[in-house]
Design a protein around this ligand. Sequence first.
Ligand SMILES: *Cc1c(COP(=O)(O)O)cnc(C)c1O
Length: 515
Amino acid sequence: MAEILYRSTRSENEEFSPSSALLKGLAPDGGLFVPTVMPTFADIAANMAAEGLTDGAGESTAKTLENLTKLGYKDVAYQVLRVFLTDYTAEEIRDCVEKAYDSKFDTPEIAPVVSKDGKYYLELFHGATIAFKDMALSILPHLMTAAARKNGVKDEIVILTATSGDTGKAALAGFADVPGTKIIVFYPKHGVSPVQEKQMVTQRGENVKVVGIEGNFDDAQNGVKAMFSDRMLEALLADKGYRFSSANSINIGRLVPQIAYYIWAYLRLAASGAICIGDEINVTVPTGNFGNILAGYYAKRMGLPIRTLVCASNENKVLYDFFGSGTYNKNREFKLTSSPSMDILISSNLERLIFESVGSGAKRCDELMTALKGGGKYTLTPAEMSRFSCFASGWTDEEGTAREIERVYKNSGYIIDTHTAVASAVAKEYAAGEGAGIPMLVVSTASPYKFTRSVLTSIDAKYADMEDFALADELSALSGVPVPPAIESLRTAPVLHDTVCGVSNMRDAVLEFLN
Ligand SMILES: *Cc1c(COP(=O)(O)O)cnc(C)c1O
C-alpha cells in the first residue's frame, strides 16, 4: 500500500514519516502535521485482502464497511491505524492496539453506541479515567515507544504535561509503567476539583510523578513550555539519556486513534439495523480544542458516510461564532462553565481544517496563524468558508446544559454528563431542523460520574449539599449504573504524591525526579 507522509500546515518543503511526526509532535516551523494524502477505505480493503480477511482488493467503500462490521473494536482500530501510520509494521500496530484497548476498559465493546431519546450516543468514557481522552492516551505511549525504536532513539522519553485536571490523569494512566517512558504532571494545587486531585495523587507506577504548583493553570503551562525550550536543560537531560516529549492533543498519535471510533460507531449502527451501509448520518461533537471533531472529519474524508459534523460549544462559543461569521476571535471574556474541558478559546486543532480550506496553502495558513498569535483573530474569505459546508455549529449556555441533562433523564432514564449535554442540546435542535430524518450520533465524552455534582443538581436541587462520594451513590441509585471502578477505588486509594512547589521550582522538581 502507498506510504503516507506528513507535512506541516505552515510550510511546503519537508515531509516526515508517520513515526517521526509522532515523535516530534509539532512540526519544526510550529505548524501541525497533516497527511499529504488522505487514506481511504480502498487502502483498508487492500490491507484486509493482503491479510486474507477478504477475498479481493479494490472493493467499494460499502463492501469494505460491510467487511469491517464483523470486526471488534481492536481490529477496526488496527485497520485504521495501519493506513495512517504506514511506516509501522503490522506487528507493531497490533502490539500497540492489544496493549491499549484491554481490561483498562470496563466493557469489551470499548466504545458502546446506545440508542436513547431518539438519538444515538457514542460512549467514549469506558477507559481508565472515564473520559474520552483515554481513547487516544491509552495507545499513544505505545505508539511513541515503537516510534522511538524505529527512529533509533535510545533515550528514555520524558513526558511533561501541565493540566487543568482531566488530561493529566488520562496521560498518567496511559504512560504508567510503560517501559522506556517517564511522565511528570504539573497541576495548579488550588485549581482542580477534589476528585481530580485525588485521581492524580493516587496514581500508581514507578515512572510517574505528580507535582502541585503554587499558581494557576497558566503558570503550570508556562513553566512546562519554558522547560521545553530550555536548551541547557535539554543538554543536561540528554547526558543522562532522557529526551522530552509532549502528549498534547495536536500530536497525530492522538488524532489518528480517534478516527477509529467514528468508523466503529457507524459500523455499530449498521450492525444493529439502525442504518443500512451507505446511509448518511449526522454527528454532533462537544468541542474544545477541535481534536475530536477533526478526527470525525478525517473519517468523512476517508469516505465514511457522514453528512454533517455539528460542532457544539458551551458559553465559550468562539467556534460557533467562527462558523457563523468567518472570523475567529479569541478576544473575549473567558467563562468558567460546568463543562470545563470545553473552556477553551484557542482551538489548536482547527489549524488543520483551516489549512485545507485555504486550498492546502501553507503560506496562507501561516499568515492566519500569525494573525491569531498577534492580534488574537483572523478572518477567512467567503470562498474559503464555503469549503466548510459539511460543518454546522451550535451552542448552549449553563441553563441549557442543565435542562438538557434533566430532559434526557426524564425522557429516557439515561444520565449524561455536562459535556455530552452541551452536544445533546445542540444535536436536538439540529435534528429538529436541517438534520430532520437523518440518524444523529452524539459523541459522549465523559461519564456522568466525572461531574456528579453538576449532573445531579441539574436533576434536583436537593443534591447541592451532599459530599462527592455520597453523590456517586445517589447517581448510581438514580441511573442504575454501578459506580465505575475509577471512582470507587478513589475512596480508599492511598495518596502517593504530595510534592508541592513554587512556579520557579518546577525545573528542580523535574531534575530531582530524573536523578
Ligand atoms: C477534552 C474534552 C472535550 C473536548 O475535546 P476536543 O478534542 O478538545 O475538542 C470534550 N469533552 C470532554 C469530557 C473532554 O475531556
